[in-house]
Design a protein around this ligand. Structure first.
Ligand SMILES: O=C(O)C[C@H]1C=CC(=O)O1
Ligand SMILES: [Mn+2]
Length: 391
């Protein structure tokens, strides 16, 4: 059987009346450096400034869409840095989608995958801008292209990550009092395990009734994880995220087998085959969904389907995105048949200046999906200009 090429598929769809005027005519990028409200520590990096690449896609009909590619601490959380993301979008990904119909979502993603392998955050940034432009041009929310929304709000967790228990308790109490968050993620692995346990015990005692998730960001060995599992269980921790290095699949599976607390796979699985490998090895029973891992909105929805089919529960992960990146995730999360663990898109509140005009809102412990066309957010152009990296 002859397989139609990407170009042929794209033009097949592009003959439709809806495609007219909806060709991508420009893709521009800018790096922004956004200070955070406090130091955010992980086992292997820490930040006081969050850097993103903001992607602007323009259509022939004059519509403009925006997307965001997030990083954490330079090329530390993952291999992509904002400098590399910008260069690879400008040189490879933008030319791959220019001239194509913005409505050819699958063909555009395939063209980007052909132009650059991996580069998931970069592809996700362009993909989000295209979904935003497509939705704004047609007056439809991006979730409509993904099967339509099943929910308009999602329970949202807040991460405590200064490393100072007193500060963290005060921060959590303020979030509780404002009825914004009642689930908290504690970052572990930057203090000694014994110090982390003492810090965790103080936080748990100060927050009765709150769900506590611990993210080790690969900071422990198998032996350390096994040694501290009983204490984590005793403290009532509900989920342990990425305790070991991604390559330690068998060791993580042994930890999972002894753990009364489910293990969540984060950095260990970006692609579909990686998700399947983790699930088949029994190394994780919950999967953290992130655009920077999956490379696009449709791809993120596929990752959710793969993880679910393997029996994993789903958690809406983040990389401290602004309202723009959060909205791109919410467009997908809102359409998922299952999202057992809610999400953690606290990013718009940890940055000192959000890049949107506040369409993503936090109320009654939920993040509310912005209902407008495209990703449902508009860009605060003055903030974008003032935070854009110069030179
Ligand atoms: O989960 C991560 O590993 C990355 C990031 C997301 C939330 C947070 O506190 O850190
Ligand atoms: Mn994580």
């Amino acid at each position: 059987m002859n397989k139609p090429g990407i170009a042929a598929l794209s033009s097949l769809i592009a003959v439709g009346e809806f495609a007219r005027g909806r060709e991508v005519v420009a893709v521009e990028t800018v790096i922004v450096d956004v200070p955070t409200t406090r130091r955010h520590r992980l086992s292997n990096t820490e930040i006081t400034v969050q850097s993103y690449v903001i992607v602007k896609a323009a259509l022939a009909d004059g519509t403009v869409g925006y997307g965001e590619a997030a990083t954490l601490g330079g090329p530390r959380w993952a291999e992509e840095s904002v400098e590399a993301i910008k260069a690879n979008i400008d040189t490879y990904l933008a030319p791959a989608v220019l001239g194509r119909s913005v409505l050819s979502f699958e063909a555009n993603q395939l063209a980007m995958q052909k132009a650059a392998s991996r580069n998931n955050a970069a592809r996700a940034g362009v993909d989000a801008a295209l979904f935003d432009a497509a939705g704004k041009s047609l007056g439809l929310p991006a979730s409509q292209f993904l099967g339509g929304a099943l929910r308009d709000r999602i329970e949202v967790l807040w991460a405590l990550a200064s490393g100072d228990a007193d500060q963290e308790i005060e921060e959590a109490r303020a979030k509780l009092a404002a009825r914004e968050h009642r689930r908290f993620k504690i970052k572990l692995g930057f203090h000694s395990p014994a110090d982390d346990m003492a810090r965790l015990a103080l936080i748990v005692a100060a927050l009765p009734g709150c769900d506590i998730v611990c993210d080790v960001n690969q900071g422990w060995s198998e032996a350390t994880a096994i040694r501290y599992l009983p204490q984590l269980a005793e403290l009532g921790v509900v989920l342990i995220e990425q305790p070991l290095l991604p390559g330690l699949v068998a060791a993580t599976a042994r930890v999972a087998a002894r753990s009364p607390i489910p293990i969540m796979t984060d950095e260990a699985a970006f692609t579909g085959p990686e998700i399947v490998a983790q699930a088949m090895a029994a190394a994780g029973s919950v999967y953290s969904l992130k655009l920077v891992k999956s490379g696009g909105l449709m791809e993120l929805k596929r990752a959710a389907a793969i993880a679910s089919a393997c029996g994993m529960e789903l958690y809406g992960g983040c990389l401290l995105e602004t309202g723009l990146g959060a909205a791109a995730h919410l467009a997908v999360f809102s359409t998922l048949p299952r999202l057992e663990w809610g999400c953690e898109h606290f990013g718009p509140r940890i940055v000192k200046t959000d890049l949107t005009n506040g369409e993503v809102t936090f109320k009654d412990f939920h993040i509310h999906c912005p209902p407008g066309p495209g990703l449902g957010v508009t860009i605060n152009e003055a903030a974008l200009r003032s935070l854009a990296r110069k030179g």
